[in-house]
Design a protein around this ligand. Structure first.
Ligand code: CP
Ligand code: NVA
Length: 300
């Protein structure tokens, strides 16, 4: 069975550690290799992207391989032809697929029928590539992951789901603060041993990192008005960062909706690590591709 990264839970703790160590080594050495020489990665995106698409393309290039971006207006996944047929075709031409899909089931189906490694480049329920960059950023800032305290304020969405799975593997203590009705799945909270604290000011007190993401994810645009109302009071502000503490860092997967989940002052402020986080998308993507498609063992 080809390896896959559909969710962080697909990884064993030592594999997660290996990806982070490899990514740190790649970063430190400005690594260029040949793990993907002669190999092609297909990028199949049903939703827009800056970071994920760019970093996967650049990562493939740095490893001697090639990425081909498939415009979903042409492919029309599941519309022009079934996901299964797209998978069966791609499996004949390329050595790996990274897919950003509306429904998580689509990426599962691609993995099931393509016969090649498949990477989830974001689905409605998971964003594993993001969580890897988040952990690398925390590791760099604090020199460790185990026992760190992370407060997530906002929507219990795909980004939080992957973060909780990663936290469970790495021993990070997570406090989640969402309005009623926007909690992540209870099983994920349980797996990470995370606690729910409704009041965001209380949730961030003493945290090493404060994390937020948009209140309206791609595909939820029809719910915008209701969500903006429901999330009122959950904006990450300089005052909230002061309560978290001077040494706390601020994380956001980006893109940010300024004036909603966060204000500009925080993203561009002294506690922000968001552009390191964005940079780390490249190094972690390289580690994933080198291992999953290039067969490089996940250790530094
Ligand atoms: N954080 C992230 O996945 O960004 P993109 O949507 O731009 O890829
Ligand atoms: N939760 C956001 C993440 C974007 C990278 C979304 O799904 O739109």
């Amino acid at each position: 069975m080809p390896r896959r990264l559909l969710e962080i839970a697909d990884l064993q703790p030592d594999e997660l550690r290996g990806i982070l160590d490899t990514a740190a080594f790649f970063k430190k050495s400005s690594y260029r290799g040949q793990e993907l020489a002669g190999k092609t990665l297909a990028l199949l995106f049903e939703k827009p992207s800056l970071r994920t698409r760019t970093t996967l393309e650049v990562a493939a290039l740095h490893l001697g391989g090639h990425a081909v971006y498939l415009d979903n207006r042409q492919v029309a996944l599941g519309v022009r032809e079934p996901v299964k047929d797209v998978a069966l075709n791609l499996g004949r031409w390329v050595e790996g697929i990274a897919a950003r899909v509306n429904k998580h089931e689509a990426v599962v189906e691609l993995a099931e029928f393509s016969g090649i490694p498949v990477i989830n480049a974001l689905s409605d329920t998971h964003h594993p590539l993001q969580a890897l960059a988040d952990l690398l950023t925390l590791q760099e800032r604090f020199g460790r992951l185990e026992g760190l305290r992370l407060a997530y304020v906002g929507d219990g969405n795909n980004v939080l789901a992957s973060l909780l799975e990663a936290a469970a593997l790495a021993g990070i203590e997570v406090t989640v603060s969402t309005p009623e009705g926007y909690e992540p799945p209870p099983a994920l909270m349980e797996r990470a041993g995370a606690q729910l604290v409704r009041d965001p000011m209380q949730a961030v007190r003493g945290a090493d990192a404060v994390y937020t993401d948009v209140w309206v994810s791609m595909g939820q645009e029809e719910e915008t008005q209701r969500r903006l109302r429901d999330f009122s009071g959950y904006t990450v502000t300089p005052e909230m960062m002061r309560i978290a503490g001077e040494r706390a860092i601020f994380l956001h997967c980006l893109p940010a909706h300024y004036g909603e989940e966060v204000v500009e002052e925080v993203v561009y402020g002294p506690q922000s690590a968001v552009f390191d986080q964005a940079e780390n998308r490249l190094h972690t993507a390289k580690a994933v591709l080198a291992g999953l498609i290039g067969g490089r063992p996940w250790s530094a």
